[in-house]
Design a protein around this ligand. Structure first.
Ligand code: MRU
Length: 343
């Protein structure tokens, strides 16, 4: 089953509710774009490409929900929906990218409602195809016997299907390489422990779950061959925004001579931003740090900070895996070429 999909019989958007995994597998249904925006914010659906696909379907829902009798009114309703969806989560550029694609589709279409559903379906289908292509480029970096360190969740659940960094791991496993994965638990939302461990277990890929704080130990003692992560937005110069903690991994990887590769579809590359300092970093509610599954883990009444992402400067990045191939420095030149080659 795809992570996000349109139910053609019911005219609704469906999503695997990722807040409930690995204990319960439930599919949530949406017939209202404002509820889709809330689902993105609350992380029913998460992961940059999955968020993009959800926003694409959200725009299609908005077109169907609109009572507009004429084109200008429908376009105005879509602008309201675009603003609501865009505000849901700021860091993953796939969200704004998918909404922009839908605004463009609406401008060009004779039948706006049909065109937006078709474009949303394209965005979703393309994502799966791109992930597969990217995975086989990335798998060339993996040797038989490698141990791969992975952060957050970048698998089928973070995309429409298959995955980015985890997609590379799935491809290497499919090729018969004997690999082992060290899975960062990824506090505070535990995407590694809950989601990545679930996906690897389902596929029978050997792994160990580790506390985030253990990653440095495994790298310094020579137990990691490569670090693979995803990205929520990569700037034109190759600075990579990804789940909080990625920067620390990259610095320790460089210190220990471990190659560090983000796996990034071109939809996640934002050439309009010269560097990573310009990437908006989402700060989520302090309650995610102060409690685990509703149970308080700190004294009452204290404050906490909860940035959801950090930026890894490009000097720590060995290469960037894209669907156009693996891109190496100078990123400012080669990322632009990669993006242009797939447009
Ligand atoms: O807060 P999340 O779970 O949406 O963060 C997800 C990540 O940081 C992933 O690494 C990123 O979206 C790329 S995965 C395809």
């Amino acid at each position: 089953m795809r992570t996000v999909f349109w139910d053609y019989e019911r005219g609704t958007v469906k999503m695997i509710d990722q807040r409930l995994l690995p204990w319960e597998f439930e599919v949530a249904e949406f017939d209202d774009y404002t509820a889709v925006a809330r689902a993105i914010k609350d992380m029913v659906v998460r992961g940059a490409p999955a968020i993009g696909a959800a926003a694409g379907f959200g725009m299609a829902l908005a077109a169907q929900q609109s009572q507009a009798k004429d084109r200008p009114t429908l376009l105005r309703d879509l602008e309201t929906a675009a603003a609501t969806l865009n505000a849901a989560r700021p860091t993953a550029v796939n969200l704004a990218w998918a909404v922009a694609r839908q605004r463009q589709a609406a401008q060009n279409a004779a039948d706006i409602r049909a065109a937006l559903l078709q474009e949303a379906q394209h965005i979703a289908d393309e994502d799966v195809e791109i992930n597969r292509r990217m995975a086989y480029h990335g798998a060339e970096l993996i040797s038989d016997g490698d141990t791969i360190l992975h952060h957050c969740n970048t698998g089928a659940l973070a995309t429409v299907d298959w995955g980015t960094a985890l997609g590379v791991i799935f491809a290497a496993h499919e090729q018969g390489k004997r690999i082992h994965v060290l899975v960062d638990e990824t506090r505070p939302r535990l995407q590694g422990a809950r989601l990545t461990a679930w996906e690897l277990k389902e596929r029978g890929i050997p792994f160990d779950l580790i506390a985030d704080n253990a990653a440095g130990h495994f790298m310094r003692t020579g137990q990691v061959n490569i670090v693979l992560v995803g990205s929520d937005r990569t700037a034109a110069n190759g600075d990579v925004a990804n789940k909080i903690g990625t920067y620390k991994l990259a610095v320790v990887a460089k210190e220990n001579g471990v190659p560090f590769y983000p796996v990034v579809p071109t939809s996640t590359i934002d050439l309009s931003l010269a560097n990573g300092d310009l990437i908006p970093i989402e700060e989520r509610d302090a309650s995610e740090v102060l409690s685990v599954f509703g149970k308080s883990i700190a004294p009452e009444g204290i404050s906490a900070r909860n940035p959801a992402f950090d930026v890894t400067p490009h000097r720590y990045v060995t290469g960037i895996v894209t669907e156009a191939g693996v891109v190496y420095p100078p990123f400012v030149k080669h990322l632009r070429e990669a993006v242009n080659s797939v447009q």
